[in-house]
Ligand binder design. Structure first.
Ligand code: GLY
Length: 344
C-alpha cells in the first residue's frame, strides 16, 4: 500500500522528495489546479516541467493520455522520472494511468486537491480512463509511490465540488461506520475538523483495500451507490445536465438504498433516514422516465456485472454492507421510479 500522509504539503512534499532521487520531475495540472494549487507548492518543488490538461471528466480520455505521453516524451522523462499528479480524481486516475504505462511504468505521486480525491480516488491504486463514454473502462491497478493530502487545498474548491466529494464520505459511513455517518452528516459541509474526517475516511477505505487490493470480493463494498450512480453519471456526461461524480453517486445511494431494503434487510426507518439526509444535502435531480432504459444499459458495463447480471453492493443496515447481490432489471427500474417519485 502507498504511504499516505495527511499533513501540511509544505513539509510532506519536501520530506518525500528528500528520500529519493528522480532524474526529472513533471507536474500534471489542469487550468484550475495550475492557477489555485500550484502556487501553494511551487516553492517546495525542485526544477520541474509542467503538463497541463483541460479539466473535467469529459477529458478523461485516450486523446488526453496521448498528449500526456507526448509531453513526457518531449520533456525527456526517463524511467527514473516522477510524475506528480496535482488535482482531483480525473488528474489522479489519468495521470497515474499514463505514468504506469509510460516506458512500462515510472513513479508517480498524488497530491489530491479535491475532497473526492483525498478520501477516495487518490489511494487504493485504481487507475484509468473513460472509453467510448463508459466510466473507467480502460485501466489497471497500481499504487502511487505516495499520497500527500493537505486539507488546505479544500479551500480552493467551489462548494459544488466539495459537496460532490462529500458523498464518498457519506458512503464510508453507510458501508462501515454508523456513528461516523451520523457525525459527518450532522455537520455536513461545515465540518469543524476536515483533517479528522479525511483521516477517518482514508482509514475506512484502507482497511477494506488492504484485505482485497484487486477487488475480488470485499473491496466491492466501496462501490455502494456506484452501479446505478455510474449509469446515471455516464448517461448525462457531456450533456447540459452533466452531474459531478459525487452528485451521481448520491442518487445512486438513494436508489441502491431502496434495493437494500428490498433485497438485503435494510429497515424502512434506516432507508427513510438515508433518503432524507442525502436529499437534504443534494436536492433532487429530475431524471425522466425515458432516461431509465439507457441508464440501465450503461450499467451492464459496470465492472461488477458478470454473465449479464447487474451485481450490486448493498446495505444490510447503516454501517454494514454486503456485495455480489444480483439485481434484476425490474428491481433497478423500480429503484429509479422510487427516486423519481420522491417529493422535491
Ligand atoms: N473508489 C472505490 C475503490 O477505490 O475501490
Amino acid at each position: 500500500m502507498s504511504e499516505i500522509v495527511i499533513d501540511r504539503i509544505t513539509s510532506s512534499l519536501p520530506d518525500f522528495l528528500a528520500k529519493q532521487e528522480f532524474s526529472k520531475i513533471a507536474v500534471l495540472v489542469d487550468e484550475h489546479t495550475k492557477e489555485l494549487c500550484l502556487p501553494l507548492i511551487s516553492e517546495h518543488l525542485p526544477p520541474h516541467s509542467l503538463i497541463e490538461i483541460p479539466s473535467g471528466e469529459v477529458n478523461k480520455t485516450l486523446d488526453t493520455c496521448q498528449s500526456i505521453w507526448s509531453e513526457l516524451t518531449n520533456q525527456g522523462v526517463d524511467r527514473k522520472g516522477l510524475l506528480i499528479n496535482l488535482g482531483g480524481g480525473v488528474i489522479g486516475d489519468m495521470g497515474g494511468f499514463c505514468a504506469a504505462t509510460y516506458k512500462r511504468g515510472i513513479a508517480f505521486i498524488n497530491i489530491p486537491t479535491t475532497l473526492l480525491a483525498a478520501v477516495d480516488a487518490s489511494a487504493g491504486g485504481k487507475l484509468g480512463i473513460d472509453f467510448n463514454g463508459f466510466k473507467n473502462h480502460i485501466g489497471l491497478f497500481q499504487e502511487p509511490a505516495a499520497v500527500l493530502i493537505d486539507p488546505l487545498f479544500l479551500q480552493t474548491l467551489p462548494e459544488r465540488e466539495l459537496r460532490s466529494g462529500f458523498s464518498e464520505v457519506i458512503k464510508h459511513g453507510l458501508i462501515a461506520d454508523k456513528d461516523y455517518f451520523h457525525q459527518v452528516t450532522a455537520e455536513q459541509l461545515n465540518q469543524s475538523n476536515w483533517n479528522a474526517v479525511i483521516a477517518h475516511s482514508v482509514h475506512i477505505k484502507n482497511e477494506v483495500v488492504k484485505n482485497d487490493p484487486r477487488e475480488s470480493g470485499l473491496r466491492k463494498i466501496l462501490n455502494f451507490g456506484h452501479t446505478i450512480g455510474h449509469g446515471i453519471e455516464t448517461h448525462f456526461l457531456g450533456t447540459d445536465k452533466h452531474l459531478l461524480h459525487g452528485e451521481a453517486i448520491a442518487i445512486g445511494m438513494i436508489c441502491e438504498g431502496f434495493l437494500s431494503k428490498k433485497l438485503c434487510g435494510l429497515s424502512e426507518d434506516e432507508l427513510n433516514e438515508l433518503v432524507s439526509i442525502i436529499k437534504g444535502i443534494y436536492g433532487k435531480v429530475e431524471i425522466a422516465k425515458s432516461d431509465f432504459v439507457p441508464i440501465i444499459k450503461n450499467m451492464y458495463q459496470d465492472k461488477k456485472s458478470t454473465n449479464g447480471l447487474l451485481n450490486h453492493s448493498l446495505l444490510k443496515s447503516i454501517g454494514e454492507a454486503t456485495y455480489d447481490i444480483a439485481v434484476d432489471e425490474k428491481d433497478v427500474l423500480d429503484a429509479l421510479f422510487y427516486y423519481n417519485q420522491l417529493p422535491d
